[in-house]
Write a protein that binds this ligand. Structure first.
Ligand code: FE2
Ligand code: FE2
Length: 350
């Protein structure tokens, strides 16, 4: 169990009351973002509470620690030693507070500069830190950043970094920040957002399922089966899922249009022996390979973990090689059932 009392004391004993007030503010903001985006809010709270813990030591001391440990020092850190505080906070989180969760440690480590390949936790803590401004007044980017962060973490990160570059706020950009910026730009400024579905989405979901079915199972399922897809009937099935308290239905949107969806929760009767199941996961073909599936898997893991389970099953059509490769790359292992049907079991690392 996390000892938040010990963390608070660390700041207080170091004479850092204002930093403590700031990290508590960041924790609330991170939790708010986590709820919107379906993330594990405990991880976010812990990362936020520890992100500036190295404030109790001076930048010169941080520099000494970094060199003693043989850490590779970025030219920007060489010049502005304070920039090392994110990496030193990570070391303190691990060594003084026993944090082992890699999502938490990583989010602490890059909260100022972000980094290439940043996770949703990295992005949420990075944004929460910027939204919870600690230098008095309201920063000029505040409203825009907050609105964007509610819709898409990627878009908000891109907006903030671009803002820093465009307004000459970076005397010497850290390599991690430059790399994160390039990567986010390369994502094509897409504004995917993720939220839980409502009853109003059900017709769009049914139509999307039909579209994905046709593109994925052309030549795999008999044509009569594809032609026999009943939009109305499937809309009703989606309504049933939305109304079911044991299953969560998430949608991915691009500029207000639903382009993917996923269900996670109590398994359908075929898979009762498993704790939890990702039942449906559909992404429109032109939106595949853009990070949506990865986000859905993060959301599924957070949901399953929040319910106290540590694994979930996902069944994949044995002929869908691309999907099998993707889910196993996401950490799943293949389980074959009696009929030779492939299922991918995801175990959540504790
Ligand atoms: Fe910081
Ligand atoms: Fe901070």
């Amino acid at each position: 169990m996390t000892d938040y009392g010990a963390i608070r004391n660390k700041y207080l004993e170091g004479g850092k009351e204002s930093t403590l007030a700031h990290v508590e503010e960041v924790a609330n903001t991170a939790e708010w973002l986590g709820r919107i985006h379906g993330l594990d809010v405990e991880k976010l709270r812990l990362a936020a509470m520890l992100h500036d813990v190295s404030a109790v030591i001076s930048p010169d001391e941080m520099y000494r620690i970094a060199t003693e440990r043989g850490m590779v020092i970025d030219p920007a850190e060489e010049k502005y030693r304070f920039l090392l505080h994110q990496r030193i906070s990570k070391i303190m989180a691990r060594e003084e507070f026993g944090v082992t969760d890699e999502d938490v440690l990583s989010a602490i480590e890059c909260h100022t500069t972000l980094k290439k390949g940043a996770s949703v936790y990295d992005k949420a803590v990075f944004l929460a830190d910027k939204i919870s401004w600690d230098r008095g007044g309201v920063p000029p980017y505040y409203n825009e950043l907050k609105t964007r962060a509610e819709k898409s973490l990627d878009d908000a990160c891109l907006y903030f970094i671009r803002y820093q570059f465009d307004n000459g706020l970076l005397l010497m950009p850290h390599t991690w920040l430059t790399e994160a910026y390039e990567e986010l730009k390369g994502m094509g400024d897409t504004k995917f957002s993720f939220r839980k579905a409502t009853a109003e989405d059900c017709l769009a979901l049914s139509e999307l399922k039909k579209t994905v079915w046709n593109s994925t199972y052309q030549g795999i399922y008999p044509q009569e089966r594809l032609d026999g897809y009943d939009v109305k009937k499937n809309e009703e099935i989606f309504r049933g899922i939305v109304a079911n308290p044991e299953i969560e239905l998430y949608v991915a949107e691009d500029a207000g249009e639903i382009v993917g969806f996923m269900t996670v929760g109590k398994p359908y009767k075929l898979y009762e022996e498993y704790d939890q199941e990702v039942g449906l996961l559909y992404i429109r073909k032109d939106y595949q390979r853009k990070g949506i599936g990865r986000r859905f898997m993060d959301i599924a893991k957070a949901e399953v973990e929040a319910k106290g389970f540590d694994r979930f099953i996902l069944s994949v059509n044995a002929q869908n090689a691309g999907a099998i490769a993707f889910y196993t790359a996401m950490g799943g292992e293949i389980v074959l059932d009696d009929g030779g049907q492939k299922r991918i079991m995801h175990k959540i690392a504790k």
